[in-house]
Design a protein around this ligand. Structure first.
Ligand SMILES: [Fe+2]
Length: 579
């Protein structure tokens, strides 16, 4: 696959929509860290090794933790803290998402002491292997008794650290503002006073050149509320973006991340490569994968939010790096990135945990005019993508509405016939229970303004997340199927096919028992969507389950330019009788 889009982003780091009731609790939410008491037991011990990680250049390593205790219990657990010198200070709560008192430093991960040690209950001895990623700080491990509901800190380990905690890590590629530009964003511990960031890159096997990178970061004051500003806070480090320009279409490039220290020495990442995007209109095989709601899960309402939010961003960028370093990885913003009361989000709920969009707007580049307004367009060969931001007003007369119309109207369909609309919340059609119960079968006000644009500009497919399942509609306009075919659309489509692809990982959302006529395929499972453009006339759509990668739903569109030009209901302006 060449391009890789993820829709929604919503909750890779914490909550899911509160209206979706099927999510499991995040494991870290089960820890009542606020009740922790120090009860150091001289007969208990815990140690971790090796104490130095990354000697071979790796930025993730397995650590062995060995521990012993004189009075073992099956609910003893091991917590990982980073930085190693964690504070036992209590943080105050600011809103109903956090309950005081809260330990300001919460573990970044944990595991039960008897997890891989069946005899632990009898012997009090055990060991675990835990994977750590390089995230700009050292680590320590703590042994707790009392379970996760009344933790007692009984032993604390030695410190463990990567050779270079500041190393450049987790590159993510994104399409630039023009077709021939690729942006590379990464994270490091080097601020602008420490080193100069850059990317060394060039055609594979050819001379490599250097392009400078800009540096961003944010602090607690840039965020909007707790827990992001309090117990969820962890220093995000520095985020660098370099712009690789004037690329040759479809050609392989190599690159590596660099930092030039003030003493003249260099810090390098490993080598990576990517294939440049095709020229707009280019007739070549082009493939895009799209999915929504790749994330964790939901916290219990009112549960202590004792996970470190910024840590989740490190974990997330680390886990996607094998893909995001290879193909452009594009995002759309959702409720869990942006929503916060009184901050201009269209919904005044608490879903972002106080982040109000700041981490995602720094961690990831998107070719938006203003990354705080997360809407943008991007071209990929025969595709034009118009990405909306459902957490800002999209209704007629809004700034975003004008952008959406411009994006849809400005594409030359002879060159780029495949016009795709993307948004996080379902602005089109969904029969997930929480939409069906409202009777709206979509985000309220979702279709009112936009359906005339989808129809006028003949949008082929609109894809959403937010509802954690898969659903495909017929080509549709104003609730009515405009085409009775289900798998092979030839010629004029007459409407837009709406797809929910929210099954990338967050807890699944149930469908209504009543299946509307327009809903022609539903799947309560995890999966993703793949688009393959063979040429200007043939597109293949596939839905694959994550469990086995097999196709469970698909359709083809076969049509020519004249079919796009053809007038259908509400798609053409009035004509004149003059000749
Ligand atoms: Fe969502």
């Amino acid at each position: 696959m060449r391009a890789f889009f993820i829709l929604p982003a919503i909750l890779w780091l914490l909550l899911c929509s509160q209206r979706v009731i099927s999510h499991g609790d995040h494991p870290l939410a089960r820890i009542s860290i606020q009740k922790t008491v120090a009860a150091i037991d001289n007969n208990a011990s815990i140690r971790a090794f090796p104490s130095t990680l990354g000697a071979n250049g790796l930025n993730q390593e397995w650590v062995t933790v060995e521990y012993s205790i004189s009075n073992p219990a099956i609910d003893d657990w091991i917590g990982v803290f980073s930085p190693a010198n964690f504070s036992a200070a209590a943080c105050s709560a600011e809103n109903r998402m956090v309950s005081p008192p809260l330990l300001c430093n919460a573990p970044i991960k944990y595991q039960y002491a008897n997890r891989t040690n069946p005899t632990y209950k009898n012997t009090g001895k055990g060991s675990l292997k835990l994977q750590l990623i390089n995230q700009r700080s050292d680590f320590s491990f703590a042994l707790f008794s009392g379970g996760v509901s009344n933790p007692k800190l009984v032993a604390l380990s030695n410190k463990v650290a990567f050779v270079n905690p500041n190393a450049p890590v987790y590159p993510r590629l994104a399409q630039g503002k023009t077709w021939d530009e690729m942006t590379v964003t990464w994270t490091s511990g080097y601020g602008i006073n420490d080193a100069e960031p850059f990317v060394e890159w060039g055609l594979k096997g050819d001379e490599q050149r250097r392009s400078p990178a800009g540096t961003l970061t944010f602090d607690r004051n840039s965020l909007c509320g707790a827990p992001a500003t309090t117990v969820g806070w962890r220093d995000p480090g520095f985020i660098h973006t370099s712009y690789l320009k004037e690329l040759w279409p479809n050609v392989l490039y190599t690159y590596k991340l660099g930092h030039r220290l003030h003493n003249g020495s260099y810090i390098w990442s490993q080598n990576y490569q990517f294939r440049a995007s095709p020229y707009p209109g280019q007739n070549s095989l082009q493939r895009v994968v799209i999915f929504g709601d790749m994330g964790k899960c939901r916290m219990k309402p009112m549960a202590p939010m004792n996970i470190t939010i910024s840590n989740k961003w490190d974990q997330f960028t680390s886990q996607i790096a094998p893909i995001s370093s290879l193909v452009p990885y594009m995002l759309a913003s959702g409720n869990h990135e942006r929503d916060w009361p009184g901050t201009g989000s269209f919904y005044g709920n608490l879903d972002s945990g106080g982040e109000c969009g700041v981490p995602v707007q720094n961690m990831f580049y998107v070719p938006a005019e203003n990354r705080a307004k997360f809407w943008y367009s991007t071209d990929y060969g025969m595709f034009r993508f118009c990405i909306a931001d459902t957490e800002h007003d999209w209704r007629e007369g809004s700034e975003q509405y004008n952008f959406i119309e411009h994006c849809l109207a400005s594409v030359d369909r002879q060159k780029q016939p495949w016009l795709i609309f993307l948004a996080h919340r379902v602005l089109g059609y969904s029969s997930a229970t929480f939409y069906a119960d409202d009777g709206s079968f979509a985000e309220p006000m979702g279709r009112e303004s936009l359906q005339k644009l989808w129809q006028k500009y003949k949008v082929d497919i609109a894809i959403y997340g937010h509802a954690h399942n898969y659903e495909r509609t017929c080509p549709i306009y104003q609730n009515i199927c405009t085409n009775n075919e289900k798998h092979f659309y030839k010629g004029i489509l007459n409407g837009t096919i709406h797809v929910v692809a929210g099954g990338a990982g967050a807890g699944l959302a149930e469908f209504s028992t009543f299946q509307p006529k327009w809903s022609i395929f539903r799947d309560y499972d995890y999966g993703f969507v793949k688009l393959t453009a063979f040429n200007h006339s043939n597109l293949l759509f596939e839905y694959k389950k994550s469990s086995n990668g097999s196709v469970y739903d698909s359709f083809r569109i076969s049509r020519d330019y004249k079919d796009i030009l053809a007038c259908t209901m509400d798609s053409c302006p009035s004509t004149t009788l003059a000749s």
